[in-house]
Design a binder for this molecule. Structure first.
Ligand SMILES: NC(=O)c1ccc[n+]([C@@H]2O[C@H](COP(=O)([O-])OP(=O)(O)OC[C@H]3O[C@@H](n4cnc5c(N)ncnc54)[C@H](OP(=O)(O)O)[C@@H]3O)[C@@H](O)[C@H]2O)c1
Length: 285
């Protein structure tokens, strides 16, 4: 079986590639701005390029972790966010629908407003910012196709030295002795990327469609998360300044009392930060 992973240069996409390969399936991955070994260039805003690639690859599954995933950049460039996160996703859905193959779209916990988390799949979305609004628009459009699976993760981390990995970013600051500020009033359910990719692949194998929340088992504040990272990686005395979200000059509003849980116990992720391999990241910084 052949898989197409759109956004395989990203934090989640490259792990999906790895899991699919480990599983013995064939996989083709794309990048947009960061070429990687064996990856093919694709800009999802180009409908003709999307169609041509899908025709050439002829995949049995199309994965879409590819996105403009920087919440503040989406707020500053809403037209670009719409073109990538909504229009591009729709082009891919149309290509999947034309071939009758499953489409796996990665959405976000930011479709919720964070007034009353954690949220289950059936809870009503109410995004606070451009990123969440566009992801929700994409969800609604893509779910028109009956073979779409929308996966919502939250605050993804891994043991990879990937620039978007939050644990790696914190670790670089700790190692450099840079002061770290973290919000005490923003709560979420951090999600290990490896377990996310593994459970997503299982869901695809079992033919799951609709919306699925895949997030880690712990719900904690950004401050508590940074403290945990510091302890886990051997910096128990690092000075971490507790602040509130209002102290940060962020263009996009954040859900505060957020987080995700799933109503499908068989897909619950059990791994937490305590299970993260420390060696790989420590040697990478
Ligand atoms: N990271 C989180 O904490 C988090 C939380 C909740 C949900 N999510 C969602 O989970 C998914 C994966 O996140 P991630 O952390 O892996 O994001 P990421 O590391 O930023 O990866 C995004 C991917 O999309 C590609 N891309 C960007 N613009 C594109 C375009 N115009 N055409 C084609 N590809 C394009 C990027 O390519 P280049 O790198 O080559 O430019 C990259 O491969 C996203 O949908 C995100 O919204 C993430």
């Amino acid at each position: 079986m052949k898989h197409l992973v759109v956004g395989a240069s990203g934090q989640v996409g490259h792990l999906i590639m790895a899991h699919v390969q480990d599983h013995g399936d064939e996989v083709v991955g794309t990048y947009w701005s960061r070429p990687g070994e064996g990856l093919i260039a694709l800009d999802v805003r180009d409908a003709a390029a999307v169609n041509q690639l899908v025709q050439e690859v002829d995949p049995a599954v199309i994965w879409v972790p590819g996105a403009m995933a920087d919440v503040d950049q989406c707020e500053r460039q809403p037209d670009l966010s719409y073109a990538v996160n909504v229009q591009g996703a729709v082009y891919l859905m149309e290509a999947a629908q034309a071939r009758g193959v499953p489409l796996i779209f990665f959405s976000t916990d930011y479709v919720f407003d964070g007034r009353n988390g954690p949220y289950q799949e059936a809870d009503a979305p109410h995004p606070l910012q451009v990123y969440g609004t566009h992801k929700r628009k994409a969800e609604v459009a893509l779910l028109q196709y009956e073979r779409t699976l929308v996966i919502r993760p939250a605050w993804i981390y891994s043991d990879d030295p990937h620039p978007r990995n939050f644990v790696y970013r914190v670790l670089r600051d700790l190692r450099a002795g840079r002061p770290i500020k973290a919000a005490v009033d923003q709560y979420n359910t951090p999600t290990p990327a490896g377990a996310l990719a593994r459970q997503a692949l299982r869901a695809v194998e079992e033919g799951v469609t609709g919306v699925l929340h895949l997030a880690g088992p712990e719900r904690l504040s950004r401050f508590a998360l940074v403290e945990k990272i510091a302890r886990r990686f051997g910096y128990p005395d690092a000075p971490i300044e507790p602040i509130t979200i209002k102290d940060l000059p962020l263009p996009a509003a954040r859900p505060l009392n957020g987080g995700l849980i799933t109503q499908y116990p068989e897909f619950r992720i059990r791994e937490s930060l305590s299970d993260l391999e420390v060696g790989k990241l420590l040697t990478a910084i």
